[in-house]
Design a protein around this ligand. Structure first.
Ligand code: NAP
Length: 497
């Protein structure tokens, strides 16, 4: 046990502990797992606690024990701690943004942007928790005071992916804590250092012991026992649909509240009247930033056939000119994929599509001379909507152009996938834009801007297989992290005295 997350140094590299019951501590087994940079696999980022069900049990017991005290704390006191955490994290933005970029592989600019967003989330909920959250109703009985309260749920299990390793944990953990819940946090195995930074800022801000507990380790060893523990009354998960849907069955069967945010296959529709310069910039940003590893990334450009050839040529020129390399360099626009497995899988999908006869308009393959898990930004033209490229989330820097005859076909193609997270339309026609907003099956809709990008104070989530009908962020988060109590308050009968 130490006062900080680094328990010891091993050959000059930090060994990072879990945070359980207010203490930084090694895993029960003493095991650790090494994490390496995806842009330079020779660089060891750190050694991190490799936990199992014993650590989960200790963390859940700590969170359970802390719940009565934390939920009984005034909202103002909780807000003060969140605000202090925002200041601590804000003071570390350059360091944390750099660690994010080293650990996850997105560019330094994106790493700093994401850390800044986590700060904004802390600030937002420090304010939000001071807003009124109950309602006063008229009653049939004039002497009855009829109102609702919102109360916390208890211990929440938070399971997060690697692709937004500080913003997604923040947008789940911070509202959970703000509304009076306690938390056991299982981050993605590939990005534990960002989880440590967020936890450390909250711990240093004065969270009482046990209110937030960080348990690092694999999905099977840590995620499974967390989801199965009866003391965990709510589970919020972001990740792949395969893992999320399995997890939901286990948690729902034992009566827990469950929230899933899953994958996407997000379309950008470009109509013939669109400003093509603007559309090219936005579609390329949506498809390629973070190497296409955003749940809201654009993976399909559904284009009016009359401008498809011109748009494809311009997209290809822009994508082909993107600079791929070390994400810490200012000149780099596209970093690596998260892991060797991910790079092999995406490169394999590109090869399969090429061998199947799909026309490559830019990229393909891997860049020469780079040591990390890089894949060239890639564009396919004339893609069929019912192909793998047209239907499956590849989660890499790959964009498929699907030509269509008109807006009806464009919307039908856009809606033809099992996901419905975000969607864009590029047009100057207001009527078409309104029609698109009404008919598109997506939880986040953009007109004349890229599919990626979400502001922290508005609801976030998808339609169909992208979500579980709940929403995160902003005021929407209170729906998940609180339950409603309806109060009928009558005066005692008059004694007649
Ligand atoms: P993933 O493999 O499903 O992992 C997500 C989290 O679940 C990780 O912490 C993982 O742990 C854990 N996990 C794995 N197996 C588990 C199990 N059996 N029980 C409990 N937890 C388990 O997803 P990913 O590869 O990290 O993330 C990419 C996916 O996330 C994409 O599909 C993307 O679209 C989606 N995503 C969605 C949103 C959204 O808001 N809709 C946002 C971002 C990403 P390990 O790391 O130890 O495997």
């Amino acid at each position: 046990m130490t006062n900080g997350p680094i328990l010891e140094q091993r050959d000059g590299i930090g060994v990072y502990g879990n945070y359980i019951g207010g203490e930084w501590t090694s895993s029960a087994s003493g095991d650790t797992s090494e994490n390496r940079s995806p842009s330079n696999p020779d660089e060891v980022i750190g050694h991190f606690a490799a936990s199992d069900e014993a650590d989960v049990a200790a963390a859940v017991a700590a969170a359970d024990g802390a719940f009565a005290g934390w939920s009984g704390t005034s909202a103002i006191a909780r807000a003060n701690i969140l605000y202090k955490a925002s200041e601590i994290l804000a003071s570390r933005i350059p360091e944390v943004g750099r660690d994010l970029s080293r650990e996850e592989g997105k560019t330094l600019k994106e790493g700093i942007g994401e850390t800044t967003r986590a700060v904004a989330i802390l600030r937002y909920f420090a304010g939000e928790i001071q807003q009124p959250i109950g309602e006063h109703y008229a009653s049939m009985n004039p002497s009855t005071l009829l109102f609702t309260l919102r109360e916390p749920l208890g211990v929440c299990g938070i399971i997060t992916p690697w692709n937004f390793p500080i913003a997604i944990p923040a947008w789940k953990i911070v509202p959970a804590l703000a509304f009076g819940n306690t938390v056991v946090f299982k981050p993605a195995s590939l990005t534990p250092l960002c989880a440590v930074h967020l936890t450390q800022a909250l711990a240093e801000a004065g969270l009482p012991p046990g209110v937030l507990n960080l348990v690092m380790g694999s999905g099977g060893a840590v995620g499974d026992p967390l989801v199965a523990d009866d003391r965990v009354v709510a589970v919020s998960f972001t990740g792949s649909d395969v893992v999320g849907n399995e997890m939901k069955k286990v948690a729902s069967d034992r009566g827990a509240k469950v929230q899933l945010e899953l994958g996407g296959k997000n379309p950008a529709i470009v109509l013939a009247d669109a400003d093509l310069d603007h559309a090219v910039t936005q579609v390329v940003n949506g498809a390629m930033m973070s190497s296409g590893q955003k749940c809201t990334a654009t993976s399909r450009a559904i284009v009016d056939r009359r401008v498809a050839a011109e748009l494809t040529e311009r997209l290809g020129a822009t994508i082909g000119a993107l600079s791929v390399g070390d994400p810490l360099l200012d000149s780099t626009q596209i970093g690596p994929l998260i892991s060797a497995d991910a790079a092999d899988r995406v490169a394999g999908e590109i090869d399969t599509a090429r061998q199947g006869g799909t026309a490559l308009a830019a990229g393909g393959g891997r860049p020469d001379g780079l040591n990390g898990h890089f894949v060239n930004p890639t564009l396919f033209s004339d893609v069929s909507s019912d192909s793998r490229l047209g239907q499956e989330e590849l989660f890499g820097p790959v964009l498929a152009v699907i030509p269509v005859d008109d807006v009806d076909e464009a919307i039908a193609v856009a809606n033809s996938v099992r996901f419905g997270l975000s969607a864009s339309l590029f047009t100057r026609d207001i009527s078409r834009a309104l029609e698109f907003i009404q008919r598109i099956q997506a939880g986040i809709v953009h007109v004349n801007s890229e599919t990626a990008g979400a502001e922290p104070h508005v609801p976030f989530g998808g339609y169909k297989g992208s979500s579980s009908y709940s929403r995160e962020q902003g005021k929407a988060s209170r729906e998940f992290y609180t339950q409603v109590k309806t109060v009928y308050f009558d005066p005692p009968p008059s004694s007649g005295a």
